[in-house]
Structures are given as structure tokens and as C-alpha cells.
Design a protein around this ligand. Structure first.
Ligand code: FMN
Length: 308
């Protein structure tokens, strides 16, 4: 309940006090944002993707600002789960945040181990987000997220070693988004997160603007329409599954659009680079919007859009 307005949402077994979360990779590993926002005021704070190993990521430059968003080729740098458990997890728990942790790997076993170590060391984590937009080194570096069988294998493996809520984060860069989602759900995922970044490239003075010649991932308002479309498609295929919408959300209007497209909750990514307070501001603005039209809850407010 925020200022008398009930913004609560249920994602399967996970209850969030409001539908606004940070998106993996855009708000740090720990409490980096705690000096500008109250992490506990968000629906959830999602920790950047962690692997069972430490990883340096790509050479710099890794980020290129674009009109309408950005291109990144960060390459999943991170301290590894063990170091995160030691250095970040305790302060995150003290912050009062509802925690989601994103995990990644290069093999199916990497994912399984990551989940095993995470659930053993971090009982306060509310849900685990499985980032499958990573190259599968056992399959010629094809992205797991573009491969129905590999996705099924990862989720099955993670499901075998934990009972926590598992959300699978989908790539928009495949024609098979629905098939991949179906495989993830059949293998035991509790919900879906859509979307990760969109493949992109940008040249400066005739050369790729990032350290990796192949480009990177587009994010920000320029991909919002793609994210809305994919979430709407997912919702029509999976009417009862928790869906988290992410992609280009930076205003109350885009939050509401994503919820009306079929998401149960949303994540804020690139907008955090513009203003790290944005997620909390959106909670406040959403509350004000609902109160302003005399509704008592988010549910009631959204229902008024479909009322005759
Ligand atoms: C710099 C940067 C780093 C990211 N790192 C991750 C990550 O570690 N794991 C992940 O699942 N997604 C990662 N993402 C993708 C975002 O979580 C999000 O899905 C995407 O940026 C689209 O949302 P947005 O348009 O609001 O940024 C990253 C995005 C950016 C811009």
C-alpha cells in the first residue's frame, strides 16, 4: 500500500508491493543505488546477471549513447556468485529490497551450479531470473535463448536443484520467442521476462562504436514498441503465466502501456542511466496517477481501461 493506493501484484508465488523493478544489469550488483533511492520502495531490485565464475566482460568502449536509447556490449562482467554472496548479499538484505537475482552461464551445468550455490547462500532471494541470452559454448556459441532444446535443458537443470520461483528472460532476436517460452514453462519456469536487448550496431567515423566488431544490444525507448508487441504475443499464448515486461520503459505512460499489453509487472533498465531515481519516481507517479482518478488499487485502475 503506497499512500492509500494498493499497487500490489502477484507473480505466481512472489508478491510484490508494486509492479516496478530494476532491470538486470542496469542498477548494479548490490546497493549501488541505495544512496539515491530506497531499494525497499521498489517492487523488486534485480541484481545484474551473475555466473558461477568471475568474468571480466568485453573490452572498452562498451556503451554508446544513441538517439532514443543506447547500445551496449558490456559482456556480462561480474564477480561470480561466491564473491557476490560475501560482498553484496548481506547489505542488500539489510536494504529491505525484495530481491531478484539474474544468473547466466556458458553451459547447462554452469546454470545448474549457479542456482545451487545461490539458493544455498542466499535464502532471502525472492526469485531467480535466468538470463538465457548467452552463447552456449557446447553448441558453437549459439545463444541459448535462440534454441528451444538448450532452453529446456537449462530450465530443467535449474528446476532440479531449487524450488524457488524461476523466471526466464527471453531474447527478442529470434522468430521462436513463443516456442522458447513454451519450452521454458514446460521445463518448470514459473514466469517469463521479456525482453532482453535487441541486436544492433552503430558506426562512428565509419567504424563500429563498440569494442566488439559484431555490435551489441539496443535498449531504451527505441525498443519499447518491440517489447510491447512481444509481451502482448506472450500474453495471448500464455494467459495465466506471470509475465514481466521490460524494454524502453521510462515514463508512467510506458509503465501503464506495458501492463495493459499483458505484463503483470515491469522493469526499468536504460532509464536508470538517465536518472537512477527513475524507478522510485515511477512508483510515486503511478500512485499519484491512480489516486488522481479516484481508484484505490492498480488492479481497479487497469480494469477501468476495459470497462464499457
Ligand atoms: C548496460 C546494460 C547491461 C545489461 N546487463 C544485463 C544483464 O546482466 N542481464 C540481463 O538479463 N539483461 C541485461 N541488460 C538488459 C536489460 O536488463 C533490459 O532487458 C534491456 O536493456 C531492455 O530494457 P530497457 O530498454 O529498459 O533498458 C542490460 C542492459 C544494459 C543497457
Amino acid at each position: 500500500m503506497t499512500d492509500g493506493v494498493d499497487l500490489g501484484v502477484d507473480l505466481g508465488g512472489v508478491h510484490l508491493k508494486n509492479p516496478i523493478m530494476t532491470a538486470a544489469g542496469t542498477a548494479g550488483y548490490g546497493t549501488e543505488f541505495a544512496n539515491v533511492i530506497d531499494l525497499g520502495a521498489l517492487g523488486a531490485h534485480v541484481v545484474k546477471s551473475l555466473a558461477i565464475f568471475a568474468h571480466e566482460g568485453n573490452p572498452r568502449p562498451r556503451l554508446a549513447p544513441l538517439p532514443g536509447g543506447m547500445l551496449n556490449a558490456v559482456g556480462l562482467p561480474g564477480p561470480g556468485i561466491q564473491a557476490w554472496l560475501r560482498d553484496h548479499y548481506p547489505s542488500l538484505v539489510r536494504s529491505g529490497a525484495t530481491l531478484g537475482v539474474s544468473i547466466w552461464g556458458r553451459t547447462v551445468d554452469d546454470y545448474g551450479e549457479a542456482v545451487e550455490v545461490l539458493v544455498a547462500g542466499a535464502p532471502e532471494v525472492a526469485f531467480i531470473e535466468i538470463n538465457i541470452s548467452c552463447p552456449n559454448t557446447e553448441a558453437g556459441n549459439r545463444l541459448f535463448a535462440h534454441d528451444v532444446r538448450a532452453t529446456r535443458a537449462i530450465v530443467r537443470r535449474c528446476r532440479q536443484v531449487c524450488s524457488q520461483d524461476l523466471f526466464v528472460k527471453l531474447s527478442p532476436n529470434t522468430e521462436q520467442v513463443i516456442e522458447v517460452a513454451q519450452a521454458a514453462l514446460e521445463a518448470g519456469a514459473n514466469g517469463l521476462v521479456a525482453i532482453n536487448t535487441v541486436f544492433g550496431q552503430w558506426l562512428q567515423d565509419g567504424v563500429p562504436a563498440l569494442g566488439t566488431a559484431r555490435g551489441g544490444g539496443l535498449s531504451g525507448p527505441q525498443i519499447h514498441g518491440i517489447a510491447l508487441r512481444i509481451v502482448a504475443d506472450l500474453r495471448s499464448h500464455f494467459p495465466d503465466i506471470p509475465i514481466v515486461g521490460v524494454g524502453g520503459i521510462s515514463s508512467v505512460h510506458s509503465v501503464i502501456s506495458m501492463l495493459l499489453a499483458g505484463a503483470d509487472a515491469v522493469q526499468i533498465g536504460t532509464a536508470n542511466f538517465v536518472d537512477p531515481r527513475r524507478s522510485q519516481l515511477l512508483v510515486e507517479q503511478l500512485t499519484a496517477r491512480i489516486r488522481g482518478v479516484g481508484k484505490a488499487s492498480l488492479r481497479e485502475y487497469l480494469a477501468s481501461y476495459s470497462a464499457p
